[in-house]
Ligand binder design. Structure first.
Ligand code: SER
Length: 318
C-alpha cells in the first residue's frame, strides 16, 4: 500500500484508521472520504466528501489520487439494519459492489471488513471454525456473507487483491459506534465514568467476541501487508482477542472503580442478535497465515479506556 483511500472514514473504525495509516504511510498518502465533512480528518490530510453509491464520484477520487488500496468501511450496523433492512442492503451491498468494481478497474487492493455477525445460530458457538456453516439471521450478517463471497469471487475471477477480517465487536474511545449489538461494551465505559452506573441491554451471561481498537487497526495493516503467497484464505479471516459477557466486563470495571453499579433492561432485538452470534471464534488460520496476535486483554483495555474517558471528562469533552 502506498496511496490509500478510506471510504466511510468518519465512522468508528475510519476515524482512527485514518490517523493510524497517516502515521505509517504519510499524511498526504492517505485520503479520507465520507458522506459528511469531518473536520478532524480534513485538518491532517486530504479529505473528500463522497457518497460511496455515486460511482463516477468514487472513481474520480481513486483516479485523482492514483489510489492503490481502498478500505471500504461503509456499513449500517446490525441493530440499525433490522429497522430498515432494505436500506441496509442498499448501502452495505451498494458500497461493496462499487468498491469491488472500482478496485478491478483501477487495479487497487481492497479491504472490506466482515464481522462475527456473518455467523448465525447454527454455526458452532465455541471455537467457531474459520470454515463452517454461515446462515446469519440479520440483514447485516447476510450483507457480510455476501461481501465475503463476492470479494473472493473478484479475487479468483478477476485477480483483485481482496482481503478482510471478521471483526469482533470493536471497543474504542474516539468515535462512538452506532446501532451495533456490541455497542454496550463501549457505552459501559462512558456511563461508568460519567454517571457511575450503566443499564445493560444484553443479558448477563451472553458471550460475544470483542477487540480493542489498537489491535483492530494493527490487524488491518498486517493483513494488507501480508505476503500473498501465504494466504490460503482471504475473505474473511476469523480474528479473536477477548470474549466476555456483560457480567464479566462489569466485574472488570468494578475492580478498578468499586462504586460502579449495573442493572439490566434487555433490548429484545439486540438480545436475539447477540444470542445468534458465536461466543468465541477460532482464529488459528489468521495466526498461521499472516501472524495475527492481539496485544490487549480485558484488564489492560479497561485500565486504558477508563483513563482516556476520564481525561475527556476532565476536559469537558463528554
Ligand atoms: N459491531 C457490530 C455490530 O454489533 C458487529 O460487527 O453490529
Amino acid at each position: 500500500m502506498k496511496r490509500i483511500l478510506i471510504v466511510g472514514a468518519g465512522g468508528q473504525i475510519g476515524s482512527e484508521l485514518t490517523v493510524y495509516l497517516r502515521n505509517i504511510y504519510g499524511d498526504t498518502n492517505v485520503v479520507a472520504a465520507d458522506v459528511r465533512e469531518c473536520k478532524a480528518l480534513s485538518e491532517t490530510g486530504p479529505f473528500e466528501v463522497l457518497n460511496a453509491l455515486d460511482v463516477p464520484a468514487y472513481a474520480a477520487i481513486v483516479s485523482k489520487y492514483r489510489i492503490d488500496a481502498i478500505f471500504n468501511l461503509v456499513a449500517l450496523l446490525s441493530a440499525t439494519g433490522e429497522k430498515d433492512p432494505n436500506r441496509a442492503w442498499e448501502i452495505n451491498i451498494g458500497a461493496l459492489i462499487n468498491s469491488l468494481e472500482i478496485a478491478r478497474r483501477f487495479g487497487c487492493a481492497l479491504f472490506t471488513p466482515s464481522s462475527i455477525g456473518a455467523f448465525g445460530p447454527n454455526s458452532p458457538k465455541d471455537g467457531t471454525p474459520q470454515d463452517t456453516i454461515m446462515r446469519p439471521t440479520t440483514v447485516y450478517g447476510v450483507c457480510k456473507v455476501t461481501g465475503e463471497l463476492l470479494s473472493d469471487y473478484y479475487h479468483t475471477r478477476f485477480g483483485v487483491d481482496t482481503r478482510s477480517v471478521r471483526f469482533p465487536g470493536i471497543i474504542s474511545n474516539v468515535t462512538l459506534p452506532g446501532g451495533g449489538t456490541t455497542d454496550y461494551a463501549v457505552e459501559i465505559y462512558y456511563e461508568a465514568v460519567k454517571n457511575g452506573r450503566f443499564t445493560c441491554p444484553i443479558s448477563h451471561d451472553v458471550f460475544m467476541d470483542m477487540i480493542y481498537m489498537p489491535d483492530a487497526l494493527k490487524a488491518c495493516v498486517e493483513l494488507m501487508e501480508a505476503d500473498p503467497s501465504r494466504l490460503i484464505h482471504r475473505n474473511s479471516f476469523n480474528i479473536a482477542s477477548m470474549s466476555f459477557s456483560p457480567e464479566i466486563i462489569y466485574a472488570a470495571i468494578k475492580e478498578q472503580m468499586p462504586s460502579f453499579t449495573m442493572d439490566y433492561n434487555v433490548d429484545p432485538v439486540k438480545e436475539a442478535i447477540a444470542e445468534s452470534w458465536p461466543n468465541r471464534l477460532d482464529d488459528t488460520c489468521a495466526r498461521e497465515e499472516w501472524g495475527w496476535k492481539p496485544a490487549w486483554d480485558l484488564k489492560l483495555m479497561t485500565t486504558d479506556m477508563l483513563r482516556i474517558i476520564s481525561e475527556k471528562k476532565e476536559k469537558g469533552l463528554i
